[in-house]
Structures are given as C-alpha cells and as structure tokens.
Design a protein around this ligand. Sequence first.
Ligand SMILES: [Zn+2]
Ligand SMILES: [Zn+2]
Length: 416
Amino acid sequence: MSNKAPRGTRDILPQEASRWHFLEERFKKLCYIYDFAEIRTPLFEETELFVRSVGEESDVVKKEMYTFKDRGGRELALRPEGTAGVARAYLEHGMHNIPQPVKLFYYGPMFRYDRPQAGRQRQFYQMGIEVFGTKEPSADVEVIKFTAEFFLSIGFKNLKLHLNSVGCLQCRPFYQDDLKKFARGKLSLLCPDCQKRALLNPLRLLDCKAESCRELMKDSPQIEDYLCKSCHGHFNEVLDLLKALNVPYYVDSRLVRGLDYYTNTAFEFISEDIGAQGSLGGGGRYDNLVESCGGPAVPGVGMAVGVERIVLAMEKEKLWPEKNEPEGVFLAIDGPELREEGLVMLYSMREKGLRAETDYLNRSLKAQMKFAHRNRFRYVIIFGKEEKLKNEVKLRDMLKGEQLELSYEKALNFLI
Ligand SMILES: [Zn+2]
Ligand SMILES: [Zn+2]
C-alpha cells in the first residue's frame, strides 16, 4: 500500500475547501435566483443508461467509464457526467407529467478514467443545471445567461462564449456523411483516434486536440450549411435573444462537444489564459436524451461547469477574494486546575454562535498565544490564576495588540 490517494484523485485540504465553499455558495445562490431546484442522484447507475444517452461510440463510454459488476451481477457504472442520471430521475418520478419546464440543478463528483493532468482528475466535480420540457430558444438562453452570470459572479471577466448549433437528427446525418467523405481522402494522415472517428463518430473529428488533425480538417464542410430550416431558425433566435440581453458570443462552427446527446445549441465558456484546459464549462440542448432513456420525447437543455478547472483558472488569474481576516476567539486557559471553569466559558461562547476554540494539550500560555495567532483568531481570552482571583479575564485584540481586563460576562457581550 502506498498511502497515497489513487491516481487521478486528490484530497481537498481545508484551505482549498474554503474556496470550494465560495464557488458552491455562488452557484446555489444563483440557482435560487433563477429558480432551479436541487436534485441528488446516485453516484452509480446502470451502465446501459450511459451507453444509450452519452453514446456507444463516445470516448466517454468506450474508454473512460468506470464500469463494474456488483455482487448481484448487475452491470453498473460510476457516473461520468450528471445529465443522464437527472434525465433518468425525471422520467422515473414522472416529472414529465407536472407543468413544464422542470428546472433542476445538481452538484457532485463524476468519474472518468482519463489521463490525469492539472485541472483534470478521474474523480472530478461538476455543478450543472437542466431545463426539461421546452424547446423554446428562451430556455437555451436561460441556461447560457445563467452560466455567464455565474462566471461573472466569481470574478471572470475575460471568458469567451463559444456557440454553435450541431443540428438535429434530421439534418445532422447529411453533415456527418459529408464529413466522413472529406476525412476519407485524408485518412492515413489523421491520428489513430481520428481514423476511428472518421468511421464511427465523424463530428468528433472537429475537436481533436492534435495540431496535425486540426490542420487537415481546417477546410472541412461547415455544419451551418447543413442545418435544416427549423434548426437554423432556432439557432438564430438564440443569437437574437443573446444580443438583446447583451451577452457577447462567438459562433464557433467547430464546437461539437464530447457527448452524443446534444442537438441544436452547443456552447462552451473558454478562458484564453489557461491554455489547453481552456474550457471551464458548457452545455447545450439534448432533445433526444429523455427518449433515448426510454421515455417520451421531452426536449431539454442544460450545462455543467468543472469545479477543478475553475479553481485552477481562478488561481492563475488571482481571482480569490483575499479573505484571511482573523475571526473568532481563542480561550487560553492558563493552568490545568482552571480547565473545568474554562470549558464552561468555551461552550457558552459557542452557544452564542462565536467561533471559539481552546487548547487541548495543556500548553504554556505563550504557546497558546502562538497557536491562536497561527490559526487566525481575532481575539484571545486569557483565563489564569491571577484573573480568577480578580474574577476577571483578559481580552486581547490580536489585530490591534490591545488588551482589556474585564469580567467574563462583559467580554462575552463585547464579542457578541
Ligand atoms: Zn435540423
Ligand atoms: Zn486526431
């Protein structure tokens, strides 16, 4: 045993956890304002759910999913993304029978067996929203606007919204065929992955990371020339609404997203400053997803953002609010015989909602003061023999370096 977290996983230590709290708070606050309600689905589902929704030929299903048989012989998979499980729950609980749209949000770990690198883990966290039950472009815009607001609220000012339409099941096959034909002429020059994509999943030829493939596909057919009338109209209406709401965007005809279930709108928010991990989140419309999970034809649109990547980008752009202000009170009990009385004080401070802490190792007063400073306590209450005799405590302001002598009750009132 190595005593290390498994490859592709990492511990979130307390200091970093406070940053995660910041993101979670912002996200949940926005969900409240936009009227999204939380749903929590299991971390694993039947493997078949992801095969049918994410797509049999997608990299996620073919190469990256953690699948296993449980002791009852069931084929299960750790969820590689959030939307399929939410769609399954939407169906299972008959949410398609209540007034639409149904607006849900989720937050939690996802799992993909991928090459770990900065900002990309095998257990990674996503926050996402979904709108089920409407095909209206205003729903697409709701999701995009939410995402834009979320990034603004945590301080990103230079993110670029890339936007595309990937068509529908009526028009996309024509495009895929032509893309296949185009790639066929260059097959031997493409990377091994793209050679397979050219046969099975030609759309993914457009977002290969290999520079040589990008160059080869530079002059490939463009999807906008293939969109049917309804897809075209839908996309234009999305663009018009975004304009009306002053959301800047960039139409990127190579944006296809990794999951097969997308139809029409696809979008990503990209940071130009952080290189290969530039996409901080994205989403799109998935009008066939619920149906492919075995339900009625219910349209939907959603997005997910990656927490690790956001944390990384915020570090690079130095967006963390400088929030290391000392807070709360440390009770320095000077002498073991005063412990009982000291603990009564400690818990009475906590009852009042104060961040309060004391020493558990019978350390010297000096060592306790050092500990209080190191752990960012604003105040220290010193309670020793001398104070006990005078029926007082010392209240020290660690920031100002000032010290008062007063009764414990007065000190408590002051702190509250
Ligand atoms: Zn279409
Ligand atoms: Zn390639």
